[in-house]
Design a protein. Sequence first.
Length: 535
Amino acid sequence: MASDDGSQPENWTWRERAAGSVPRGRTLDPTIEPIEGIQAYPTVYKPVELIDSSHRSSREQNLRELQGAARELGWRVEVTDLEGRALRDPGAEPDELLPGVPGTRLLRVVADDSLGDGAMPFAPDAWRLLQRARARSKSNLEGIGLNHVLAIHPVGVNPFASSNPFIPTNPFIPTNPFIPTNPAGSAEYAYPGSGGRQPVARLGAGPVRVAKPGRGQRRPVVAILDTGCGVHEWLPEDIVTRQLTIDGAPIGLTDDADPEKYGDLYGQLDGAIDPIPGHGTFIAGIVRQLAPEADLVSVRLADAQGVVDESMLIRTLGEVIELARRHAAGESGGQPIDVLNLSFGYYHETPDDGLFSLTVYHLLRFARGLGIAVVCSAGNDAIDRPAFPASLWPWPGADNGIPHDDDAEHVSVGALNPGETSVALYSNVGPWVRAYAPGTSVVSSIPRFEGGRQASTREDLYDRRRQTIAPEDFRGAFATWSGTSFAAPYVAGAIAAELGLISVNRAVRAGAVQRSRKATEAALTEIAKSDGSRI
């Protein structure tokens, strides 16, 4: 139940607000435990967790090397599953995430109290341990990696997880009472009126379905893994599935801190809505506009700060794709999925062949093998450093060791400005960005959040409440917003529209990959025709 103003759950106190604001990640310092031949770059990671996706043949040896390095540092390593539960038999093989995709577990780095007070010169740190173990074993410990912190990052979000290039400092840069004068560069897009999240009045009818599936047909399905999907007239229950389950258990987050239900969970008590709320609803509305005939599946895997642990991504992806596999195999309890939209990402510290975990790639490759087109946002940091998972494909000049394949497509998407004659200055660029689509000052749906009700100017006359637009009050249910987060669903929706109604005949299901590739090629061809950004 919401509080009186609808901004937070019932019984929400300063303790919940403060606890949810504590950063979960640590920025990597490349100067710690340097190793010759391994050039590291900044990223954000969980400081006391490693992800172990080692092959069965090297799993035990890797763990021994990590335990040995941990003893040198006054630590020890505990083995848990992806939900952090201790394993009864740490030596047992974890279940495969999907057929042929190795099982994954967490390795927790904790202080070894049995060594005494003087034996712990450093607080437990997963990066230091990994580098020390690599140096000891003189190997890369293939399959062992950091538990990265991913960020849903529309322009202006400014989460602690942003490690490159450090946009504005936290928590608030604007001077009182108005934003800084002469804003420059990509930060300009963050302000209402320049592309930042802002209420807007949308006129006319919304998306309307025309086609009706005949016997033996179904609608295309777009799965959106994000912050969830709030209540909106464009997104009724017969169009959006808001909670998937697998074998009776919910997939994704189900806690009370729902950013699509409550707009002001964290930060100052100033009535301003948090940066992330509405993100998933906005994306769903974009897909709905591009592909009104499609059904949507919404999975909430990001918290109210827009942060996703890599381990959470792996677990959620595995479960969602398993439902799609069951459907493709004709098994009970499956869920058809044709397009997967991922509007988040991170930067890997060592993005070279053999030095980063391929678990997310293997999961997405499995999905593409089922005929699911994967669409990823490129990121909003105005850089050309490859972002993950957007760059997990064999782009021209790539050194990531990923081979070409004939599965459904992996599409990374940058953002265009409204006129489509230029790439948005905030958008990441590079050979790993495959397409550019409208992503700036996009109009879409947003929950009816209340907040920021004190407008900058007010004057009541003639028995009317008169005031300027309150930039954090979205009771009109529509907004403009900017980010590659919103260019990706433009492409996802375009692919779904090209797919059209789909036969459920088993023989037709066998051609899902070819159908997906054809639809993706057609969608990207049309999008490229409108892209006037090339000089």
